[in-house]
Design a protein around this ligand. Structure first.
Ligand SMILES: Nc1nc2c(c(=O)[nH]1)N[C@H]1C(S)=C(S)[C@@H](COP(=O)(O)O)O[C@H]1N2
Ligand SMILES: [Mo]
Length: 243
């Protein structure tokens, strides 16, 4: 009788997962997923991504709260990118006069937008809960221009699939078009009724309300629209963290 090869339960689960992952991904999203670097956790990211994108309607809103729910919010990560960027330091010295947002990539009208330009578009205000991957949450009110408005203004090419945010402290965060055009995705310049402060991302940060906190990139200097996922290597952070 042929002996069955015995594999550990853990390995079997992983093999099974990878198998399901491959199957689901091949079926639903063959060409629009970021690299997994052969990393089982990243296959998990893509599974979560495909599951959420398949099961939830595109425009499901994150819960919005009332004024009384607003809590204090710690500032995390790099609190002052002036330590990283001379340009940011210079702009901070001028209280962001002359700051401009660069818009590049797969768009019809690449260029720059000033803070005043962004404030001239119709704004959206929302009170939402921030979920940090470290375990804390906080509720705050955010005011800004919907990213969809800005993307429509610059004309996203039909072939475009990702929107990438570049910060003065040298991070890149990427979202797909569903999150980019989601009604609660805003480029925020106001927090709790005041100008956004430096610890919280001045002059603008993005709010990505259906993903975990680190997707809400602070200190944005450039938005780049791409057809491909920018392969910046495996940072160890999940690219898709739907909540
Ligand atoms: N540019 C930039 N954006 C960032 C970070 C950062 O360090 N740099 N930290 C992220 C993380 S982990 C969290 S939880 C939130 C925190 O936002 P807050 O400082 O306004 O509380 O910003 C996110 N965006
Ligand atoms: Mo975080």
């Amino acid at each position: 009788m042929k002996r069955l090869k015995i594999i550990s339960r853990r390995k079997a689960i992983i093999a099974g997962l990878a198998g399901i992952g491959g199957l689901v991904l091949a079926r639903y999203a063959p060409r629009s997923l970021p690299p997994t670097y052969g990393n089982i956790l990243r296959m998990g990211d893509n599974l979560t991504y495909v599951a959420q994108r398949t099961l939830l309607p595109d425009e499901t809103l994150a819960r919005e709260y009332s004024f009384a729910d607003i809590s204090s919010m710690p500032a995390t990560g790099t609190t002052n990118p002036a330590h990283h960027s001379e340009e940011y330091e210079r702009l901070l010295g001028r209280r962001f006069a002359g700051w401009e947002l660069a818009l590049e990539g797969a768009i019809a009208r690449p260029g720059m937008l000033s803070l005043d330009d962004l404030k001239k578009f119709p704004s959206r205000t929302q009170i939402t809960k921030h979920h940090c991957e470290e375990g804390w949450t906080a509720i705050a009110q955010w005011t800004g221009v919907p990213l969809s408005t800005v993307l429509q203004h610059v004309g996203v090419r039909p072939s475009a699939r990702f929107v990438n945010f570049h910060s003065y402290d040298d991070y890149i965060e990427t979202v797909d078009m569903l999150d980019a055009f989601h009604p609660q995705t805003i480029l925020a310049y106001g927090m709790n009724g005041k100008e956004l402060t430096v610890p919280h991302g001045a002059p603008i940060r993005v709010r990505i309300e259906r993903q975990i906190g680190y997707k809400s990139m602070k200190y944005i200097r450039k938005i780049e629209v791409t057809e491909d996922y920018p392969d910046v290597g495996d940072s160890g952070w999940s690219w898709y963290t739907g909540i």
